[in-house]
Design a protein around this ligand. Sequence first.
Ligand code: AMP
Ligand code: MG
Length: 400
Amino acid sequence: MSTLLPIEQALVRMLAAAKPIGDSVDTPLIDAIGRVLSQDVLSAIDVPPADNSAMDGYALRSAEVANALPVSQRIPAGAVSAPLAKGTAARIFTGAPIPEGADTVVMQEVCSVQTGVVTISGAVSAGDNIRRCGQDIHAGETVLPAGRLLRPQDLGLLASVGLATVPVYRPLRIAVVSTGDELLEPGSGRAVGGRIYNSNRYTLAGLLHNLGMQLIDGGIVADDPDATAQALLDAASGADCVISTGGVSVGEEDHVKAQVELHGRLDLWKLAIKPGKPLAFGAIGDTPFIGLPGNPTSVFVTFCLLARPFLSRMQGLDELGLPALTARAGFNIDKPGKRQDYLRVTLSSTVDGLVANTYANQSSGVLSSVSRSNALAIIPVGATVAEGDTVDVLLLDLLT
Ligand code: AMP
Ligand code: MG
């Protein structure tokens, strides 16, 4: 047990080895969702480009508000305004440019208009209901920094400064190799005689898809040293990173670790975490390699905790970790553990704040525990927990 590596140390070592890919592609904005900016993006313009009205109403000089003001012009959105004649008001609409000379817009609900003359009831201050030129973005300002994963609202923001293309990194290509004689692809017959369906491939396909990365399917590989070596070498030849599942523990049927040592380099193996102890990290030739455990829950948890930040750094992303919160434990842990435990929990909002309840079966083979949870509660080595205690949790649903 003493050789198990704490996850923090493993992560530091993995991130130090993560070399960002440099390849940037100018991409149409409409296709850039989920991609990562490779350069800071600056605005060439002010947004909004001119002072404009926040209301449908009347633009006027605030000093003249007590007077009855003839309406001297009408300014819809998209129109060009003329300077406002002294002693008059302009009919104005939301988004329309403020005419020179006006210093306020009075909303139409407090105006009364008779035969082309407007009178105002109520107090008015200079600057009311005016959206200032550049109040959103100033010309020359950084709109979004390099490393930002583009979300829908980011695409809108980039469009608002007039950009049609943006520089983003090409998606990482990740080869996924599923080891195990027992594995059968869904759709290729009934799983009888000790066979089980290959669920890990699908979990990983989804996780990689949500990170905007491309999956290269390395298929199912038999529990045989030569087949394992061949599959790993093939996978490494066309990918930015190879991920395998299973075969990385200590049984005679586990060949991944030995073949990686033979054909590449093993940098770390076996972590002090639960689930996911037998994780391996290294390289096959120059291609980084992550050997995930076989158990489906371990695959999900170790991908989220270790592979995801590693791949995110390779992809050039600035945000690496899962969002962290605290919650009250809705459970007890009486026996202190020797590995840091990541319990699959469901967070619920209650009058006492967020409460984390554990899924009943925390076995690493029970994939329902992940599917029916929305967070991981972190139980440190040696800790016990009483119901109501504060626990750290990592949110899964925002990202996975
Ligand atoms: P291993 O580390 O290869 O001994 O695998 C540990 C457990 O995970 C075994 O029960 C395997 O059958 C299971 N397992 C391995 N790979 C997969 C997979 N791709 N999909 C579902 N279960 C798997
Ligand atoms: Mg196996």
